[in-house]
Design a binder for this molecule. Structure first.
Ligand code: NAP
Ligand code: FE
Length: 366
């Protein structure tokens, strides 16, 4: 058994400003990596800039990260970072800018490396990364993972490097600017992390501290998610904490089959990441229940659902259903049946028939 999440993580109100002394310890010039709009409107970029200015740390900003960041974007951002002489990165936003910053950190530390080789583990080093999450799902502030899109190969996948942020500053106030659909989708991502980490062949007593706590926190958020009302400040903080704790869970085990299945739905059908995982969760748990019924029951109990049907109905009320064609299903299921990495993460043997069952049960196939 091993416990290892080597990031300095603060989860609290105003934590960027509270921990301004940490920034000069990390580097002398920053590459700030964000999406196109949100960091400018939710206050996160302003908080970072005021700290950098106060500490007289120069910076350049790369604000072109798209959702599900591509190798091309990572290459472009890293080029700006290299040209400017930045020696650390600050990723601000959802998982996309933070994951992109992690990958840029490798290319900046290894200026001759092409972005296309990021999928090959050459044991390369990386510059330090500061993570400031503004969505409540990926937990990337607590994981070593960077998920990138490779348009040439037509796929979305994690790169094989481990890039834990040196510093993560988690403040729920940035969530106040998020639309409800984003909060729903990203908090279902956090739920998927907890479920896939708990129902996982690598799960052990250390790891389980995290999903078990995440389930209990998530149960407290169910009502707020289902209601049309805007989140209160306290709810924003709770959603953010849930996401970070679920991130710590997958930092130990990685994700499993629902995440493996989600990538095709996001890449080919444009479904947001959290929703894409959420469609497959109940059926994945149904398959696991054939082999490890007590574990599935524990998950449902901690989430405060009476049974799998209640869980399924609740998720459908949040994200509805999604339709794909029979040809698409066949091609996605075929690829998934060979995804050894994700299949081996399940706590039981999952057969190709099980994979077909999960697709049939989770999506409308026409
Ligand atoms: P995202 O793709 O980073 O952002 C989605 C949208 O939300 C963007 O339009 C973004 O706008 C906007 N946004 C972000 N924060 C906001 C806020 N506070 N208020 C209003 N709008 C906001 O979404 P995400 O779900 O967080 O990240 C998904 C990515 O993370 C996927 O690529 C997924 O595979 C990956 N992921 C990584 C891990 C990991 O461990 N590393 C785990 C799970 C998933 P802007 O573009 O303007 O910023
Ligand atoms: Fe995820």
């Amino acid at each position: 058994m091993r416990f290892y999440v080597p990031s300095n993580i603060y989860v609290e109100k105003n934590c960027v400003k509270n921990h301004k002394e940490e920034f000069p310890k990390i580097g002398k010039k920053a590459l700030i990596v964000t999406g196109r709009h949100s960091a400018k409107v939710n206050g996160s970029l302003d908080d970072v800039l005021s700290v950098l200015e106060e500490k007289e740390i120069p910076y350049v900003i790369f604000d072109q990260v798209e959702e599900n960041p591509s190798l091309e974007t990572v290459e472009k951002g890293a080029l700006l970072g290299k040209d400017s002489g930045a020696d650390f990165l600050i990723g601000i936003g959802g998982g996309s800018p933070i994951d992109a910053a992690k990958a840029m950190a490798i290319l900046m530390a290894n200026p001759e490396e092409p972005a296309a080789d990021l999928y090959v583990n050459k044991g390369l080093s990386h510059l330090p990364v500061v993570a400031i999450p503004t969505t409540c799902g990926t937990g990337t502030e607590a994981t070593a993972v960077s998920v990138l899109t490779n348009h040439q190969k037509g796929m979305k996948k994690s790169i094989p490097y481990k890039i834990f942020p040196s510093l993560s500053l988690v403040d729920g106030k940035y969530l106040a600017a998020a639309r409800k659909s984003l909060i729903i989708s990203t908090s279902i991502d956090a739920l998927a992390h907890a479920v896939e980490s708990y129902l996982n062949s690598k799960s052990d007593i250390y790891n389980r501290m995290f999903p078990e706590y995440a389930f209990r926190l998530w149960a407290q958020n169910k009502e707020a998610l289902a209601s049309d009302a805007a989140l209160t400040e306290d709810q924003c903080e709770l959603f953010m904490l849930t996401s970070t704790i679920a991130g710590m869970a997958i930092a130990h085990t990685g994700t499993g089959i629902p995440h493996g299945m989600s990538y095709d739905l996001t890449y080919h059908k444009n479904v947001p990441h959290g929703m894409a995982c959420g469609y497959f969760l109940a059926a994945y748990m149904e398959v696991c229940a054939k082999y490890v019924p007590d574990q599935v029951k524990n998950v449902l109990t901690m989430l405060d659902f009476a049974d799998l049907e209640e869980f399924r109905t609740y998720l459908t009320s949040l994200i509805g259903s999604f339709e794909i064609s029979r040809e698409e299903k066949e091609s996605f299921a075929q690829a998934m049946a060979y995804n050894e990495g994700k299949l081996s993460a399940a706590p039981c043997k999952v057969t190709p028939e099980d994979i077909h069952f999960i697709y049939e049960k989770s999506l409308i196939i026409k």
